[in-house]
Design a binder for this molecule. Sequence first.
Ligand SMILES: [Zn+2]
Length: 437
Amino acid sequence: MEKIVFRHQEIETLPLPQLKELQRQKLQKTVEAALKTPFYKKRLNDAGIRDARDIQTEADFRKIPYTTKHDLREAFPYGMLAADKADVVRMHASSGTTGVPTVVYLTQADLDKAAELNARSCACTGSTKNDVFQNMMTYGLFTGGLMLHYGAERLGMMVIPSGSGNTKRQLQLMKDFRTTVVHATPSYLLHMYDVMKEEGFRPEDFALKKAYIGAEPHSEDIRKKIEMLYGIDAYNSYGLSEMNGPGLAFECVYKNGMHLWEDYYIGEIINPETLQPLSDGERGELVLTILERNGMPILRYRTRDLTRFIPEPCPCGRTHRRLERMTGRSDDMLIINGVNVFPSQIEEVIMKMPEIGNNYLIRVQKQGPLDKLTVKVEVTSSVFTDDTRDLENLQKRIQSNLQAVVFIRPAVELHEPGALPVSQGKAVRVIDERKES
Ligand SMILES: [Zn+2]
């Protein structure tokens, strides 16, 4: 077993039954605090829960209704605040694309705990106080920048709070201070590499060893690309502002799934349609309960992120279960003739086929009583000039590859390069015509 640095070794390797018992004890205190808020008092009383002592078993826990982002907005601004307002030292908010933002409140103890979990996460990747940490995430209302900043300091790394943007300055800082660890979005690191080449920096100008990547969905191929371009290790981080941002689940040196810190969070995977819990290994929606957050408890929060718990133990020896990378959002899910299909699954299949370009479109229609799924793809220019028999074969291959993953056989249309409208995001790639009829 790899030697775990930092002072959490005992808690990180706590056997599962003891970890569960710890969760149970902390949950009672959390429910007690939640009952003090107007929102949860009503919500829990309506579900027959009047006292924290009503929550003893796993079955009791499951009686607690789910909390949604909508609930957080309804409770805006102070409906879920559990602490005395004078004891709150920090708020964070996620930008409200639909209007009202979602806000979380932290006391000094909450902030200390968040820093500690972020320090543990950094240590989990092998970082130590000898490292120089350049934080290229946005600081401010968003939790991503500040929380990992505190964690890196807590571990004793030297922190360069560069924030996002100004790529030339980022590179100069990296060079001057011999930065060893960066924290950024994957797309920013890909962009920075291009600037690095344009500006004439050489690999030996830098001492970079690691990147912490998160805050946007990305594939394993993107991680590999970042590792290859910079000659470093890239570690996945998962967090959401409602749950304090980063320091929630982080990869260890084995880079095979993110350990969810189960002494502070209870994780569940549910079927997003039936809302029933699924067992370890099954893919579904992640539901999280944050334990011991005095400022603002949140119970059984539906993250809408899709993942699974990796059932096998991790070779690093940590007992906290690993979450697989997020594969999409439950609100993106299409139900086609009763089968759950995610646009991200289709994207993954077609992106692996070299004959297909980067642009595609998914169309769902009603055909009599049934649903019809059509996947339109652009082929690369070299393929399009070939004869029609080759195109038919390609079409069949795409169909079979898709069928193997989504379990239904879609219609496939091939288009010449540039024929499909250029899309600005995932949502625009899906046209669901059933909703209009
Ligand atoms: Zn591990």
